[in-house]
Design a protein around this ligand. Structure first.
Ligand code: BMA
Length: 323
């Protein structure tokens, strides 16, 4: 079991005079682009509670501009030690060793281990699924879906006996479309019963959307934080919002934010290798206090942190919903 109480997650109170449902850590970014010798950039990364502290899987693009995922550890969730070399995956089928790149990891504690999902380049982007028990040995399970797909995110428990995964069918490039779907599996290998969850809407989420952190179970439904993309005359703009999904039938959307929760507005979100990107991949929740720490990538370059109160966030999603 993972503890519901995480009193040691990073936290900072909402700044005076700020009434936003989500606010930024004032010492952002928490991970600079050059934390390890090999890195060009470190962003779109996932963290989890681990052994009373924290561990994570980090997207590090190297100085050849190859995309791969690395493990990291932290005592406080703020100061991270990342391995300079990418994760080495073990696999049963040598075909799985063929990959072009790995990026945008999510990590989900599910039953007895940490599952990692990521965008795996295998003749086009698809969803790789692997696991680790200890952040020492990592086992690559399978490519879950056919290319082209990105933003694969597992639910943290089975529902109706099945494993569930959100994903976002896409193309082989910088996809100009994209809706969120749900697939189910008895074994995390064979996926089917695909259901439409939700699609694009106006404004900040008008071009494409994709699930972010592992959904969080609340009495009001599954909290799904997701990114949404607007196409401006200067390119894509990545913001994030949130939806509440039905607890037992999570392809049913109960509420969904019409305004964004956070959009790229600070220097480290607006300036970098890809300007104007806030891309969430993980959230830590301390249930007793309702504190939420959201990890997101800034401008495809650095890793940043934002905070929310679960009760306030749920109320905001409900009060500002347009389905
Ligand atoms: C998406 C993914 C993300 C990235 C975003 C903005 O297609 O590649 O990793 O943050 O584009 O470049």
């Amino acid at each position: 079991m993972q503890p519901n109480a995480l009193p040691n997650i990073p936290w900072q109170d909402r700044p005076a005079g700020n009434s936003d449902p989500v606010w930024r850590y004032d010492a952002n970014p928490i991970i600079p682009r050059d934390l390890i010798p090999s890195s060009n950039s470190i962003f779109n990364s996932a963290v989890v509670p681990f052994n009373g502290a924290f561990a994570g899987v980090f997207r590090c693009d190297n100085k050849k501009r190859e995309m791969n995922i690395h493990r990291g550890f932290s005592d406080d969730g703020l100061n991270w030690r990342l391995e300079d070399a990418p994760i080495e995956w073990q696999f049963d089928d040598p075909e799985l060793s063929r990959f072009v790149h790995r990026y945008d990891p999510r990590v989900t504690w599910l039953e007895d281990r940490y599952y990692v999902t990521w965008c795996n380049g295998y003749h086009g982007p698809t969803i790789g699924i692997g696991y680790t028990h200890d952040f020492e040995r990592f086992h690559f399970v399978e490519n879950a879906l056919l290319p082209f797909n990105r933003n694969g995110v597992l639910f943290p428990r089975r529902i109706g006996g099945q494993y569930l995964m959100l994903s976002r069918p896409s193309d082989n490039g910088h996809t100009p479309f994209g809706d969120i779907y749900l697939s189910s599996s008895p074994d995390l290998i064979h996926w089917g019963r695909h259901r439409y969850v939700m699609g694009v809407k106006g404004g900040w989420q008008s071009t494409k959307i994709g699930a972010g952190p592992t959904p969080i179970e609340t009495p009001e439904g599954w909290l799904m934080i997701y990114h949404g993309v607007l196409t401006s005359c200067n390119g894509f703009v990545y913001s994030f919002g949130a939806a509440l999904l039905d607890l037992e039938q999570p392809w049913k959307v109960l509420y969904r934010t019409a305004p964004y929760l956070l959009s790229p507005q600070t220097l480290y979100e607006c300036v970098g290798d890809v300007p104007n990107v806030a891309f969430p991949c993980a959230a830590l929740h301390d249930q007793p206090t309702g504190r939420l720490a959201i990890y997101y990538g800034g401008a495809d370059t650095v890793t940043a942190l934002a905070f929310a109160h679960m009760d306030e966030l749920i109320a905001y999603v409900k009060d500002n919903s347009e389905l």
